[in-house]
Ligand binder design. Structure first.
Ligand SMILES: NC(=O)CC[C@H](N)C(=O)O
Length: 191
């Protein structure tokens, strides 16, 4: 089993390190050809506008959309969540547009841009450690999107078929349970 981490911009090293600590083979993805080698992909946090532009400039976007539609397990954190959304209420630009979620970017304002909390995440556990950095939240979900967690009434984790998203950064904590859950999804999909 091999998991890729999209490594165009943002917090990709942290995901690679967590996967390797969990004894999973992890590779950085910067070319569309590499998408054929992996059993799952993490789209990290960073700046969604920058990552979205690089996906187009490096000609990765269309192949990635195709892979996701074919069922490649995907885990998007923060900017990764924004990139996957079908609708962003405060941005006209849609990037991959594959998940039926309505997202608000920088949803916590400047003052509350970064904070830490612990909350229950369905399928994963109690008191999951959550670091938010200029985070989005999910305003609404459609079709078969499953809400996994809410913080102060806002959706911060969700899953639709092969796509898992969190608006927080589990890779910036010492809590690897969200990654373990994603690895389980990848393993089950490979069977
Ligand atoms: N930590 C993050 O990934 C921040 C996301 C960023 N604010 C964006 O809108 O793309």
């Amino acid at each position: 089993m091999k998991i890729g981490v999209l490594a165009l911009q943002g917090a990709f090293i942290e995901h690679i390190n967590i996967l390797r600590n969990l004894n999973v083979e992890a590779i950085e993805i910067r070319k569309k050809e590499k998408l054929n080698e992996i059993d799952g992909l993490i789209i990290p946090g960073g700046e969604s506008t920058a990552i979205g532009k690089l996906l187009v400039d490096l000609n990765i976007k269309d192949s990635l959309i195709e892979k996701i539609k074919e069922g490649l397990p995907i885990f998007g954190t923060c900017a990764g969540l924004i990139l996957l959304a079908k609708k962003i209420v405060n941005d006209d630009k849609i990037h991959l547009g594959v998940m039926d979620i309505v997202v608000r970017r920088n949803a916590y304002g400047r003052q509350l841009g970064s904070f830490y909390t612990e909350e229950y995440v369905k399928n994963i556990g109690e008191k999951i450690k959550m670091t938010f950095i200029r985070a989005p939240y999910i305003e609404a979900v459609e079709n078969n999107v499953e809400v996994l967690s809410q913080v102060n009434g806002h959706i911060v984790a969700a899953k639709q078929n092969n796509i898992l998203v969190t608006s927080f950064h589990p890779e910036l904590t010492d809590d690897n349970r969200v990654h373990k859950y994603f690895i389980k999804i990848v393993k089950e999909n490979k069977k």
